[in-house]
Structures are given as structure tokens and as C-alpha cells.
Design a protein around this ligand. Structure first.
Ligand SMILES: CC(C)(COP(=O)(O)OP(=O)(O)OC[C@H]1O[C@@H](n2cnc3c(N)ncnc32)[C@H](O)[C@@H]1OP(=O)(O)O)[C@@H](O)C(=O)NCCC(=O)NCCS
Length: 134
């Protein structure tokens, strides 16, 4: 039976939606990965799950919360896990956890960021539409 790491246990109920490795051009002047670049990946990751639930286009309506817990460095392998927090009439709130696997790659990962974003299902005109309109 495989031995589950702390990370394996934490992400058990979540979906891995995106994996990416930041490059030197994604760094800030401190040598850490720029928060704006990370937020962009979080928005993409959350929208992947939200669009699946909405079965169509979504727009980000709110970044409800974001906490940077551990710096991400060039060459870390980052994995973005998403789960649904709630669905409303037109909106979907998604929790996104960003885990960073440090170089040289070790078995376990560190939770670097946690965020919650809300998306709204939209129609072709960009207006909100009920999730039940499917
Ligand atoms: C998305 C958009 C069409 C929604 O317009 P709208 O339907 O008039 O918006 P509403 O105020 O009625 O809110 C829609 C839903 O979002 C929720 N919502 C609104 N503000 C929110 C906030 N700050 N936090 C969480 N949820 C919020 C509402 O509760 C509602 O949810 P529900 O239908 O499940 O009850 C419009 O706001 C828009 O075009 N925004 C710009 C989107 C954008 O450009 N995003 C960046 C690029 S993707």
C-alpha cells in the first residue's frame, strides 16, 4: 500500500486542474515569483473548474480572499488544486490551493497560497445566466 504524504492527504477531495513551472521572467525584484503572476494562474485554475460546472463560459466576479503563505521560486513545480465551495443561482465559488514542489524535487509539497474566487456563468452576450439554464 502506498504511503500517503501530508500533501496527498490534504488534496484528497480536490481536483488537480493545473501544473506549471515559473520561469525567471515571472520573478520580482526579491527573487520570488511575482504575486500577480501567481494570481493569474489561480484565476485560470479556478475558471477551469467553474466552467466545467457551468458547462460554458464564466467570468470572474470576485477574488474573495487570497493568502500567500510561502514564497514560490523559479523552477518550483506548482500544482493548483480546486474544489467547489458553493453554487448559487448564477455564481460558483471555488477554493484554490497552490502547492509548490521545491527544487531539487522532493516527495512532499508545501502549501504556498490559498484563495477563494467567485465566477458567474455568462451567455454569449456576456450577461449572467442561471446555472440551471443548462
Ligand atoms: C459577471 C457579470 C456579467 C455579472 O453581472 P450581474 O449578473 O449583474 O451581477 P450580480 O451582481 O447580479 O451578481 C451575480 C452573482 O455574483 C454574485 N456576486 C456578486 N458580487 C459578488 C462578490 N463580491 N463576491 C461573491 N459573489 C458575488 C451574486 O451574489 C450573484 O450570485 P447568484 O446569482 O449565485 O446569487 C458582470 O458583473 C460583469 O460583466 N463583470 C465583469 C467580469 C470580468 O470582466 N471579469 C474579469 C475577466 S473574466
Amino acid at each position: 500500500m502506498p504511503i500517503l504524504t501530508k500533501h496527498d492527504k490534504e488534496v484528497k477531495e480536490k481536483e488537480l486542474v493545473l501544473r506549471i513551472m515559473p520561469m525567471p521572467s515571472d520573478s520580482n525584484i526579491n527573487g520570488h515569483i511575482f504575486g500577480g503572476w501567481i494570481m493569474s494562474q489561480i484565476d485560470i485554475a479556478g475558471s477551469i473548474l467553474a466552467a466545467k460546472i457551468a458547462a460554458g463560459k464564466v467570468a470572474t466576479i470576485a477574488v474573495n480572499s487570497i493568502q500567500f503563505k510561502d514564497p514560490i521560486l523559479v523552477g518550483d513545480l506548482i500544482s493548483l488544486y480546486a474544489s467547489i465551495v458553493r453554487t448559487g443561482n448564477t455564481s460558483i465559488t471555488v477554493s484554490i490551493d497552490v502547492y509548490s514542489q521545491k527544487r531539487p524535487f522532493q516527495n512532499d509539497s508545501v502549501k504556498a497560497v490559498e484563495a477563494k474566487l467567485t465566477y458567474v456563468a455568462i451567455d454569449k452576450q456576456g450577461n449572467s445566466r442561471p446555472l440551471t439554464s443548462l
